[in-house]
Write a protein that binds this ligand. Structure first.
Ligand code: UD1
Length: 441
């Protein structure tokens, strides 16, 4: 179901309690395409129930796979879906149409596995994006080095090959998507592929774990070199998606930003080391426990410098939320964005809450202030939506956040989770303009 809507937020209250983190969006974005590498059934647990997952499942169905997703009848909000994927009974046309690709950039992650499995693939070029140009040249160079002939025509990437062969590939930048596409294709290529300077994100390791449980030979995921020995076939497998470190970081920051005290559950603290270190630098109390992280926010954070980097550096996907957290800091904070060329769309919207912030190219400067006040806001991408939500929770009085569909692309049941933390947040589904409600449920 596609929901457009707005959130009505009564801010200025500390978040308190426990919140459960769902499975990682960015793992699901590559694990679901990876299931096309086999003609046997696969089973995934803890798949996040978000709109990005819906699109991935629609793509699998379009390709002829049968998918069955079941939610969890009991438990805290965020337990996600159990998904069965069964291979097609009829011949597959390995094509991802524009109508689906334009709803999800990660649809390009079908290119590598479809090409390796069916010797050809047509994937519509993903749609535009509000955080930079996001080229796919590294994906295509890697697949071409393995023997694929790649052409771009009529808005589609078209790949073809007799066979794919192993290759030695050096990535100019450790692109997450390029690493995943090359890894998946290499599993069914002839011979060995050596990938230098790959991305090291935990989602890459999660993909390698799944591929290996399908019978692939992937070694070194999470390090500077990944070696993949191609196999003739992969078999079906079952896998549990890792917790979403970006969602976990979002709740940690929302808690600290509202001077709250929250236990974030179902997390792997190691995946959040740079975020935890930065939060401690601001004066937040953060304690990593076995499968949870406890946080208590400071009265006002200390100003800090933040620089985003590929993993294990500070994640770009938490930069907008961290920027929001720093709006009430004592002193001047400087945020450098090193992964994307244009990721300060949240800055102008945050100003509407009274924030003193400016950005120039890849740098933003925040002069911390004491008090933010609620305002109408519009999100135009996922993490900007999360940053504006944190800003609205910090601000005194009511904020109305439009563009909630962006938030729902990546956060499972955010309203129920926030309600569990004592926030006053109401989702109003919209078709066109709606008046602002006068009272909150
Ligand atoms: C993935 C994540 C996204 C996260 C990003 C960086 C998924 C589904 N999405 O996106 O949430 O923000 O990693 O951590 O996992 N680049 C090129 N050429 C390419 C590919 C990338 O120049 O062929 C550049 C991009 O323009 C960008 C940088 O590399 O500046 C990082 O992109 P990449 O790591 O590929 O991000 P995604 O895989 O798209």
């Amino acid at each position: 179901m596609r929901v457009a809507g707005r959130l009505i937020v009564e801010g200025g209250r500390p978040l308190t309690g426990r919140v459960y983190v769902s499975g990682a969006k960015n793992s699901a974005a590559t694990l679901l395409p990876a299931t096309t590498l086999t003609d046997e059934p696969c089973f995934l647990r803890h798949v996040p129930a978000i709109s990005d997952t819906e699109v991935l499942l629609e793509i699998l169905q379009e390709l002829g796979f049968q998918t069955q997703a079941r939610g969890q009848p009991e438990g805290p909000p965020g337990l996600g879906l159990e998904v069965d994927i069964r291979p097609p009974q009829q011949e597959v046309t390995p094509q991802v149409p524009y109508s689906l690709a334009k709803r999800l950039r990660a649809s390009i992650l079908f290119l590598g596995p479809l090409l390796a499995r069916f010797r050809q693939a047509r994937v519509a070029l993903p749609g535009g994006c509000d955080i930079g140009s996001r080229p796919i040249d590294l994906h295509l160079k890697g697949l071409a080095a393995m023997g694929a002939e790649i052409q771009i025509e009529h808005g589609f990437v078209h790949g073809e090959c007799q066979t794919l062969h192993g290759a030695e590939i050096y990535l100019d930048f450790p692109s997450v998507g390029a690493t995943e596409n090359i890894m998946m294709a290499a599993c069914l290529a002839e011979g060995q592929t050596i990938l230098h300077n790959p991305a090291k994100e935990p989602e890459i390791v999660d993909l390698a774990t799944f591929l290996n449980s399908m019978g692939a030979q992937v070694r070194g995921a999470g390090t500077d070199t990944i070696r993949i020995s191609g196999e003739r076939n992969l078999h079906g497998a079952a896998h549990t998606v890792i917790p979403d470190r970006i969602e976990a970081g979002t709740w940690l920051l929302a808690a600290a930003a509202t001077r709250g005290e929250v236990q974030v559950e179902n997390v792997i603290a190691k995946h959040l080391e740079p975020v935890i270190a930065k939060m401690i630098e601001t004066g937040a109390l953060v304690e990593a426990r076995e499968e949870s992280i406890w946080v208590r926010g400071p009265e006002r954070p200390r100003a800090v410098q933040v620089t985003t980097m590929p993993y294990p550096g500070f994640p770009t996907d938490l930069q907008p939320q961290f920027t929001a957290y720093l709006l009430r800091a004592v002193g001047t904070s400087v945020i450098h964005e090193r992964v994307f060329e244009n990721r300060f769309g949240h800055v102008d919207e945050l100003k509407r809450l009274g924030a003193s912030i400016k950005s120039d190219g890849r740098t933003a400067v925040v002069e911390g202030i004491v008090r933010l006040t609620g305002a109408p806001l519009v999100a135009s991408d996922l993490r900007m939506g999360a940053a504006l939500l944190i800003g609205a929770l910090m601000a005194e009085g009511r904020s109305v956040l439009d563009g909630v569909e962006h938030l729902l692309r990546g956060y499972e049941q955010p309203v129920a989770k926030l309600a569990g933390l004592g926030a006053q947040v109401q989702l109003v589904e919209t078709e066109g303009e709606l008046p602002v409600p006068t009272s909150l449920a």
